[in-house]
Design a protein around this ligand. Structure first.
Ligand SMILES: Nc1ncnc2c1ncn2[C@@H]1O[C@H](COP(=O)(O)OP(=O)(O)OP(=O)(O)O)[C@@H](O)[C@H]1O
Length: 292
């Protein structure tokens, strides 16, 4: 559905934020993971036609996104990382205003759209409240409502669950999953669980390059049996790091739980442990760091 080929973006100061990115993104929820600075927002903004990449192509169905951005904008819903100012305008009035901007000129149709969306994101009871007084979770649900105006075929959400409490995060992700069945939804995040829970396919970016792509379950299976965990004394960590591919360390009381990627046991006290997507992700981040 969405085809990105050899996409490169170099900012004016010389930063190569995207470096020859090629991705095929089908219908459904697609997770885009990556550490800070990986290039996720640059990619999202390029797909959303907010900036023109240095080279490469982006196609959505029949639409050439770079040559005819207006065509894409008609079928796009976008929730940016930073939604910006929250004015002292009610949720209802703001959504209505945004529907006007999106081209829904007919008053009756607009009223129906706005009411349906406010119900869908569960903001109907607070529709008369000013956005400025909304909680983080309410703002994100409002953000989704505005992204859904006009039944978009491509929805891009950039780090939508940052700062949400677990209950709000759950509610937000369920909402996205409901919508995501029939259209392309790209969920850009550095929260691995958001992808594990929801996305049948994913990619991981680091240093502007695609490090991994596939179904989370397949990626996990490929690493199963090679993830070893053990609790060691703090002064052993440096030696382990020198000798093995340590992908994570976590302090637990007076010990450090070390996760190592290896074909055979790295030593006494280590056991193979069930691989999870976090391991896959951290292994790819550490490989990218080494390569970079
Ligand atoms: N306008 C800009 N001018 C110069 N460099 C930029 C600009 N925007 C982003 N960058 C740089 O490009 C790289 C990729 O940034 P980008 O924001 O796309 O990453 P990201 O994966 O979204 O990270 P984050 O999660 O921190 O937003 C970073 O090194 C960043 O500093």
């Amino acid at each position: 559905m969405l085809t990105i080929e050899n996409l490169t973006h170099v900012y004016g100061n010389g930063t190569r934020a995207l470096d020859d990115v090629t991705l095929n993104i089908p219908k459904g929820m697609f997770g885009l993971l990556g550490p800070n600075g990986a290039g996720k927002s640059t990619l999202m903004r390029s797909i959303a036609t907010l900036q023109t990449p240095t080279s490469g192509s982006i196609r959505f169905g029949d639409i050439d996104v770079i040559k005819t951005p207006d065509q894409l904008r008609r079928v796009l819903g976008y929730l940016p990382q930073d939604f910006g100012v929250y004015p002292r305008v009610s949720a209802y009035d703001m959504l209505n205003h945004m529907a006007v901007l999106k081209g829904i000129a007919n008053g009756k149709e607009r009223k129906e759209t706005v009411e349906a969306l406010l119900n869908q994101v569960n903001l109907w009871p607070v529709r008369g409240k000013a956005l400025a007084g909304f909680s983080g979770g309410m703002r994100q649900r409002f953000g989704i409502a505005q992204a859904l105006i006009g039944n978009p075929q491509l929805i891009i959400v950039d780090e939508p669950t940052a700062g949400l409490d677990p209950q709000e995060r759950n509610r937000f992700l369920n909402l996205l999953a409901e919508v995501g069945e029939s259209v392309v939804v790209i969920l850009s995040t550095h929260i691995v669980e958001d992808v594990t829970d929801l996305c049948p396919r994913m990619a991981m970016l680091a240093g502007g390059q695609v490090q991994l792509e596939g179904a989370p379950n397949d990626l996990i299976r490929q690493m199963d049996g090679r993830i070893w965990r053990g609790a060691v004394a703090r002064d052993q960590v440096a030696d382990l790091q020198a000798a093995h591919r340590v992908i994570a360390t976590r302090s637990v009381e007076d010990k450090v739980v070390v996760t190592i990627l290896a074909d055979a046991s790295p030593g006494a006290g280590f056991e193979t442990s069930r691989t999870n997507l976090e391991d896959v992700y951290l292994a790819a981040v550490s490989a990218a760091r080494k390569a970079g």
